[in-house]
Design a protein. Sequence first.
Length: 512
Amino acid sequence: MHSPTVGIDDFSVYIPQLFLSIEDLAVARELNYAKLNKGLGLEQMAVADTREDAATMAANAVLDLIHKNDLDPRTIGRIYLGTESALDGAKPTATYVLDMLKDHFADTYGGNCFLHCDVVDLTFACIGGVDALQNTLEWAAARADRIGIVVASDEAKYEMASTGEYTQGAGAVAMLVKQNPRLLAIDPDFGVATRPAHDFFKPHRKVSKREIIKEVIGLLPDVSAEDMNLDQLEAQLANGLTVNGVLDCNESHLLIHKNTPVFDGPYSNESYQARIREALTDYRRRSGHKAGELLQDFDYLVFHLPYAFQARRMFSEIYMEELKANGQWIDFVDRNQLDVPCADNYEDREEYITKCGEFLRLVSKTEEYRQFVKERIAPGEWASSRVGNLYAGSVFLSLMATLEKALHLEETGDGKSICVFAYGSGSKSKVFGATLQPEWRTVASAFDLERRLDNREGISYETYEKLHRCTAAENVASHDEGSFFLADIHEERNESEGARHYGYASARIEPV
């Protein structure tokens, strides 16, 4: 029996209206802007406004997708969200997205228009959106009438002055998944590689009540923690059965969850490089593609981009292995007068990378590699340069950028193939193939990605710092019509504590 063609019929993107120039950040941090710009490809970072979060960004992207495709909400079978910016430890962020959409379409389609729509969050760092896509592709393949939406939404936020700060970004990408797609047919074979790692994670931080009390006392003028009876204060907080406050609760310790991660940049790069290579090997095993044929089989290579130039810096090892597999390696080495410093293979891969790291950098500086990057990888980098890291949405932003750039090429592009390399810290990679469909130009021409980025509003470093510290009392953007926003968070300590409420702005939001 012939398997149906399943894939992505259309994309929509939502990027916050605010951005900070990386040059302005470099000045504030006394960093070398040329290194960030020329070395990492960074130009701007998207910054979420005061009343934006992962739910509003996702809802805005999905709403645009529904309007663009004139979808009846009652026909949408699922909305699966990939995110690592979840708003609750139990209630899926996708339920907030559904609630916003339900209210928006209630007058036209009734209050139960999304009643039979399945929603869930999938979390695996930056690869959760790809997990949601693979799951939804398999679901859509079972019946021709199934229509699903996958959305990836995140705010990439790091501690100020950390080495990850300049890679920050925010936004959401939504995609329509169905049979006989107009845009991209997705191959059913996904290569996967998973190895548990602590390269980047957001743990629950354990803090004792004593630590908090001592820190607060230390902030008081002319008072020392040694002057206070900390044992007595702690005992008073630990004896009750009721919860009367943040510290006056049953637990002896508090668990704090922060949106900013614990991370090891060099280790994360090593994990990224190893996982995409291992997942590519698995993809070849499953799909029948052979080593040495990657550069012949695919016209574009699309990657998860934590920063714009990540892929071109990480791919040189696979590029070298491809040349070896197709018999072009010796000529390449001779042509470029390279002195190979190590054996072709080490059983200990860490030793291999350590000894060959500088050599691989030399490979990446050759004219042949630069030309390869220009043709196959660079088309997906430009949007990342202007937005920053979208975590789960990054690989899909790169895919949209590649397609929008391909519109300007002379050839039609019909039938051209794309190999997608996804990665999520923790760590996992998935590799899969996609093929451009005959109607792809019509669909991609409506992305308006570059126009959307051109119409944003730049902010000062001082404004950025207020938004980062969450001290801005109201939205900063001067134009916020036609979008969902966070109205309030229930703060009273009762059965509704922490409940989030959203609205839709058809006019300028006035301060609360």
